[in-house]
Design a protein around this ligand. Structure first.
Ligand SMILES: NC(=O)c1ccc[n+]([C@@H]2O[C@H](COP(=O)([O-])OP(=O)(O)OC[C@H]3O[C@@H](n4cnc5c(N)ncnc54)[C@H](O)[C@@H]3O)[C@@H](O)[C@H]2O)c1
Length: 446
């Protein structure tokens, strides 16, 4: 890649993807103006206050802003007025019937259509259905502006690292004539050492959905395999270790857990299902991936009910300490967290829930108050509870004082839905440990 720095870039939407994109492109020497409709967020960002948990991001925002490379505004039109490249990093949540809701993308296209400089490039960085690059081009109605697709693959909790060390950069242009604009976008990434896949817009758009579908499929596979392991007394950790060494399979995303979730996998798999339906293409593997996830979560809850509930499966009168609520460790993001999906199923059966998460310490979450009582100290969650349920793989939870937990629980039982804990250590602490897909021989007996 050639080192083309010093471009004028606008980034619309300053969430996980937008703020990371803006700060990282600024760190590569571009002049970036970030716009967001949330005026309070803009005020905080102007003070370099970052309200998401992303290692390195606050420093990068502060340093690039101080160096004059990064600015924030609430005025989208003003942000793009002088831009050579405009990144749309807007939310595309699950809409009616599972389709991606493109309202924010369409609103912004309407706001910028008359102010975009001639010759500029608009980049869809949001995860969007096939055909959205064309749709945005139609909404803009500007033949002198090119729209390309450049999906983002960063992981929350590693956003800055992933943006600056991407596995690949995928850029899709609608027409052959737009390839030069796509190359200009590729050049923005300057000296980053990554393969660039220059393709058509539909392929780029589909690549992102295919990637998230594949990851979800691996997790559903691992969770189903865990059930099979339980049946035969096999150990899921050993089985996935055994297959993960095969480079055709790989070790990642094969750990069983409380089901997959987060801000991307659920909405993206459902959006892809809608795309398939609209295209008249049946993709049974995709349906099975989603259904397996739901069934797996019900199975885990059934297991808790069988141990602690009454004969009819009710958990009325049972108190559970939920440890870990974010969708994975290393983030404060609760969007579509599998921990909360499990919590809702437990609550439906009548359980009283106390919840603790290291990333939510000292915060108040009115949005959780109907579901659970949030406590700062995991030992307070355990006090008097009938069992602990470990739902997020925070290292802090692995290193808890489990003797102290055992002393506080009414029944010394831990359901470890992440296989995070050392069963031998828990046994020594006097706790019964139940993992997912691990041989009963490894689980301590009370
Ligand atoms: N979060 C991830 O890990 C991740 C990874 C890859 C791709 N994506 C995709 O990137 C897109 C953005 O995701 P995110 O997690 O950064 O979302 P987010 O919700 O964290 O951020 C979106 C931002 O856009 C702003 N916004 C909404 N409507 C606006 C408007 N009309 N004008 C200006 N600003 C507006 C919001 O205030 C918010 O700050 C989604 O399509 C998502 O699927 C996300």
């Amino acid at each position: 890649m050639s080192d083309v720095s010093g471009r004028r870039v606008a980034v619309i939407g300053t969430g996980y993807v937008g703020l990371t994109t803006g700060a990282c492109l600024a760190s590569l020497g571009h002049h970036v103006v970030c716009a967001d409709a949330d005026s309070q967020k803009v005020q905080r960002l102007r003070r370099a206050e970052v309200d998401i948990l992303e290692p390195g991001l606050p420093d990068l925002v502060r340093d690039t802003a101080a160096g004059g490379h990064l600015e924030f505004t609430q005025d989208t039109a003003a942000a793009v007025a002088d831009a050579e490249v405009v990144f749309l990093c807007l939310p595309t949540p699950m809409g009616a019937g599972g389709a991606a809701d493109l309202a924010a993308v369409e609103t912004v296209a309407g706001e910028i259509r008359t102010v975009l400089p001639g010759g500029s490039v608009v980049v869809n960085k949001s995860t969007v259905p096939v055909g959205t690059a064309r749709r945005v081009a139609e909404l803009l109605g500007r033949p002198d502006v090119t729209v390309v697709s450049n999906p983002e693959f960063l992981r929350e909790g590693r956003a800055v690292h992933d943006f600056l060390h991407p596995d690949r950069i995928v850029i899709g242009a609608e027409k052959e004539a737009d390839r030069e604009a796509a190359q200009r976008v590729a050049d923005l990434y300057g000296t980053l050492d990554a393969p660039v896949v220059l393709t058509d817009a539909a392929s780029a758009e589909l690549t992102k959905y295919a990637a998230n579908f594949f990851l979800a499929m691996k997790l559903s596979f691992a969770n189903n395999l865990a059930t099979l392991c339980e049946h035969f007394g096999a150990d899921i950790g050993d089985v996935t270790d055994g297959i993960g060494h095969d480079p055709r399979i790989g070790p990642a995303f094969l750990r069983p857990g409380p089901g997959w979730g987060g801000s991307c996998l659920p909405k993206d798999t459902h959006a892809l299902l809608t795309i398939c339906r609209q295209a008249g293409v049946d993709f049974p593997l995709l349906r099975a991936t989603i259904e397996t996830n739901v069934e797996h979560q019900h199975r885990l809850v059934e297991r808790v009910a069988a141990e602690h509930g009454s004969a009819d499966g009710s958990l009325r009168g049972v108190t559970l300490a939920l440890l870990g609520l974010t969708f994975k460790a290393g983030t404060s993001d609760l969007r579509d967290s599998p921990a909360l999906a499990i919590a809702r199923l437990l609550k439906e059966r009548g359980a009283e829930l106390l919840g603790h998460d290291p990333a939510l310490r000292g915060t108040t979450r009115p949005d959780l108050s109907d579901l659970l009582t949030l406590v700062d100290d995991p030992l307070d969650a355990a006090a008097g509870a009938d069992a602990c349920v470990v739902l997020t793989e925070w290292p802090q939870l692995r290193d808890l004082d489990w003797e102290a937990v055992a002393g506080r629980l009414a029944t010394p039982t831990v359901h470890d839905f992440r296989n995070l804990l050392d069963p031998v250590r828990l046994e020594r602490a006097g706790l019964r440990w139940h993992g997912v897909g691990r041989t009963p021989a490894l689980a301590p007996r009370g």
